[in-house]
Design a protein around this ligand. Sequence first.
Ligand code: GLC
Length: 860
Amino acid sequence: MSQIHQGQDGENSLEFNATHPQIGAEVLAEPAQTAQPPDGAPAMRAFRPGPLIRESAGLSQNLDAHPYGHFNGDGTEFIITNPDAPRALDNFLWNDACFSIVQHTGVGCFDFQPGDKEAIQLLTGIGRTCDFDVFGRDHLMSRLVYIRDNDTGTFWNLNWEPVCRPSEKFECRQGLGYTILTNKTEGIEASFRIFIPPGSDPVELWDLQLKNCRSSARNLSVFVYVQFQFAFKWGFNSYGDSIYREAHFNREQNAVVASKHPFCRPHDFLTGFLASDQPVVAFDGSRDAFVGTYRTLKDPAAVQRGRCSNTPGSADATVGALQFDFLIEPGARKPLTLVLGATDHESKVASFREHYLGHTDAYFAQLAAQNAALVATNRVKTPDPLFDRMVNVWIKQGASYGSRWGRWGWNGYRDIVQHGLGVSALNPARTRAILLEALRHQFSTGLAVRGWNPVDEKPYSDSALWLVFTLCAYLKETGDLALLDEQVPYYGGDVSASVLDHVRTALDFLVKNKGVHGLILIKFGDWNDSLTGVGKEGRGESVWLSIAYAEAMREMAALMGHLSQAHAQADYTRRRDAIAAAINTHAWDGQWYRRCYDDDAQPIGSRENRFASIFMEPQCWALIAGIASPERASQLIDACDRLLLTELGYMLLSPPYTELDPSVGRLSSMEPGIAENGTVYTHLNVWMILGLLRLGKANKAYDIFKRITPCSLSGPTDPKRNASFLYSNCYYGPQHKNRRFQQEFSWITGSYAWLNTVLINEWIGAKPEYAGLRVQPCLPAAWPEASIVRTWRGATYHIQVGNPHHLEGGRVKLWVDGKPFPGNLLPAFADGKTHDVIATMLPHAESSLTPQVIKNKPAR
Ligand code: GLC
């Protein structure tokens, strides 16, 4: 349903009822202040930004200074008003069955995964992500809407591209799970809302509306176009792909239906459809028929002549092109709704039609409610609006996407397990499900597969290690210790073991697989996917993995302590000390930690090396795991700053390889400044933020946060690097030939997972432990305060932190529900109520315990 609103220019402007739902408006609105000064306590002065805020004025000014768009007021939409951006701006939409990449012009991919079967790309695109599609933009051309004025023969795209006719107005709102395009050209204002309804149907819902803004009636044809691809995402694709394809019009369902029937195939879900609620006057199922043999989508033959040819597709590039004819009176509007979907049989199209057509607003309202809940969970308020927007909205959204779809539908072990950690506070049920699924893909030896759907058994030695961090985060968040006893089968056999035993087996495997330096063997690789040559003969060792193992030992010792298993606790502590000693004896290079030893025990990531003399991974993890002495910690931070720090954050390594080194592997074969070979890798920068926070270095952590966060970029602006308004896997490195600092792989990064926990647990400092919620803020010194509404084990903790002494860390004094509280470990109230916590940061030596009440509006 739609409504007409009176626009400023006197013209009626078109809006969907639910298109601008002010998602979470009620949660985002500042509430009345609730915290009162405890009796007898002096009220804290009114909120005033401190010096660092002034220093970061550039940040605030740049908040909306993206050259091609800006955020809306509540930060839940990024609005692009100039379609001609140097690179496309992607949004990701998804539910449990499918996900889409929708660029700011509406084009992009649609993938779905039937149950636990292999994912299929239904629409377009062979590349894995839109901003890295080596086959060019033509491969992304689906969801095109052509509008043709039949009186003049003029036509354009609602999308703007590929015809690229200048429009009077263009707007794309990239929101939480939806994209809305508006385009006004030739007096026709048209809107296009694209979203995926919550749930587990592999469908996209499209609501289009056209409004005639001129004073005479308009005779229009609308052509809606998708290209059906049917590519198995990661594995099986059949020989002579096109000979199995067909597309036809199903009159009864008013839909174009396409399918692929290869002789052998992993599963049956190979039917796609595009169904509409308005009469289709003509269709094409063949790209050749729609476009014309020597033409392109810029001037397709069918649109040019004003008529589809009703040509079915067969052994062809199968497309779905539907033509609608509308006569629109002055000021009138015409709605058009479509459902795009995937199924295993054409007979099921009817039920999708029935379910969705005519009900799209109701499904959009469901999505809006889901978004409001997301935005309301663990909401922070700080002096930095960019920090708040990222933490409250987009980091959660990115973390949620990752926790369902990992790497574009391929759930690689380490990635999805880290994403499980990332949503442990947001969606602990999902974390639990990820853990159990991951454990089912662990071998009884302790090693795990690299990924599943389809399964990849390459022996990456780090896979199972991630279980420890995610399991412990989940237990601390929920207290669900029963999970530890749940029986889960190992992969590929009949043997089962408890969750706890699975994790122990993983760690025992690592400790049994050490090399000549007493460090853990890298085998096919570790977190750094591309170090594939280091251990190919089985002797190469990983310093990073050894450090991460040390941190896992620390986690396990704490867990054993909580379970009162003193013997096991002592054992894990001993194992941690042993590996830490080996690292500090054999892996210190003088000013930083080395990265690996190859099969011939030669160091990688050492000043002895011509290329990659320093890697980031061991440095940030040495801080996280606390294995570096204070002196080494400060030396390695200096080295990182000197050798790796760029204006956008730390590079993964330096200098990049320019020639192949078989003892390093795939990494050395990449162009300098690409992927692992010397980009600014977001994930590593987030780990560095964590490491710095663990040292109490919040000012420096804040500096790194600002460098890596899009739209906070200051200095000379290269619009290309601002391609996404969100975090990407990396920025191309400064040594790259022509894409210096451009983003690569928007949305696809494990950074969201860590940002979502680190910024809440360790920065704002509302950190779950087994026995309580630890309040331990680590704020930039100039932040006078920060607050969070944190839900934890069945209660809400409204924590307001005051930082009157402008500290980065230190002691904290608490008042809880108006009374002084000893220590800083809050109990699990578990009473469904909200508890007001006032935390004052104090220098270690100070004894005065003046409580402070924050005067600015709290974060609920
Ligand atoms: C990619 C992979 C991830 C890996 C990282 C570093 O993001 O998906 O698993 O850890 O690269 O190599």
